[in-house]
Write a protein that binds this ligand. Structure first.
Ligand code: PEP
Ligand code: MN
Length: 344
């Protein structure tokens, strides 16, 4: 529930209410604002119902949080959350651009691709070291060796890095070598993994499950935040529908809906959302237009050689043309486009 305190309530009076919330075994939240302080109480609904906080003279109003997800909801935090992904503030005025190959294949491939995406204007390098492949016979990723390559390439180029974590056993390695952690679509409801990344303070890109509803996606984000890590970015990467012309159906309704209901940044992935190279550019623009805070796009120095997701990989020329074309869309959406050279 949300507890709105009267204007000019003192710090000590706020603490008095927080103390009662804590003593009842609930999680207290303290949100001092410019005009007035708002408190929160989260936990067992039966205990919440029994609390009678209106009795305090400093309490103006007590309101239930209606959505199932609480901490990620704008009901509790109305302001946009900005997450610092290395040098990139995600969820801010500055539009976030992440690019790179589907998988880290070797050092030359990653370095060359990284240099291209950086010169086009991306500030975050993506690439998988642990790949969730549909077939066990497909390339599974370079593992820890890939993380080391990515760390090295990140240092050489000045790009921040993001990679997928599939298994808790690799958490320390990923956290030590890489700037941000991706939780892939197939693991969106792996609650042990969500809690494990919730124990860190790393920026987390949580991708929507293949058949997950928006509510399930936001509840998955709630797991991470409730465990203690507020640095969550939501990623719309397409869902499975009856449509077979494209790999997935990029659900842009979800972007506008999540931006309205949640304060977390939203990133659109038009690569997995379409699975088709020629559709990446139009859907990237559509993502910007409907309010995304950033894009994550697959790019390979030579797409035909890509060991995974070749059909959706942009060439360096395609990637740089797309970023040029995105500029007016980014500006029209009230944001700025800041390539790395200008960002630091
Ligand atoms: C990826 O980013 O390469 C990937 C496997 O994404 P998703 O989990 O969205 O399928
Ligand atoms: Mn991929």
């Amino acid at each position: 529930m949300i507890i709105i305190l009267k204007a000019n309530t003192t710090e000590a009076q706020a603490k008095e209410v927080l103390h009662e919330i804590e003593t009842a075994g609930l999680q207290p939240l303290h949100m001092p604002g410019v005009e007035r302080t708002v408190l929160g109480a989260l936990g067992d609904e039966r205990i919440l119902d029994a609390l009678n906080l209106e009795k305090y003279p400093q309490v103006e109003k007590v309101k239930p949080v209606l959505s199932k997800y609480k901490l990620v909801s704008r009901e509790i935090y109305p302001q946009d959350t900005v997450i610092q992904l290395g040098n990139t503030p995600v969820g801010s005025q500055q539009f976030a651009l992440m690019g790179g190959p589907c998988a880290i294949e070797n050092e030359e491939q990653l370095l060359e691709t990284a240099q291209y995406v950086k010169s086009a204007g991306a500030t975050v390098l993506r690439g998988g070291a642990f790949k969730p492949r549909t077939s066990p016979y497909s390339f599974q990723g370079l593992g820890v060796e890939g993380l080391k390559i990515m760390e090295q390439v990140g240092k050489e180029t000045g790009l921040d890095t993001i990679t997928e974590l599939m298994d808790i056993k690799d958490l320390d390695d990923v956290a030590n070598h890489i700037s941000a952690i991706q939780i892939g679509a197939r693991n969106m409801q792996n609650y042990s993994l969500l809690k494990a990344v919730g124990e860190t303070q790393k920026p987390i890109l949580l991708k929507r499950g293949l058949s997950a509803t928006i509510e399930e996606l936001l509840l998955a984000a709630e797991y991470i935040v409730a465990t203690g890590n507020p640095n969550v970015m939501i990623c719309e990467r397409g869902i499975r529908t009856f449509e077979t012309a494209t790999r997935n159906t990029l659900d842009l309704n979800a972007v506008a809906y999540i931006k309205e209901k949640s304060h977390l940044p939203v990133i659109v992935d038009p690569s997995h959302g379409t699975g088709v190279r020629n559709l990446v550019s139009p859907m990237a623009k559509a993502g910007v237009a409907c309010g995304a805070d950033g894009l994550i796009i697959e790019c390979h120095r030579r797409p035909v050689e890509s060991v995974s997701d070749a059909a959706q990989a942009l060439s360096p020329t395609d990637f740089s043309e797309l970023l040029q074309q995105l500029k007016p869309f980014i500006e029209a959406s009230g944001r700025t486009f800041k390539p790395l050279a200008a960002a630091v």
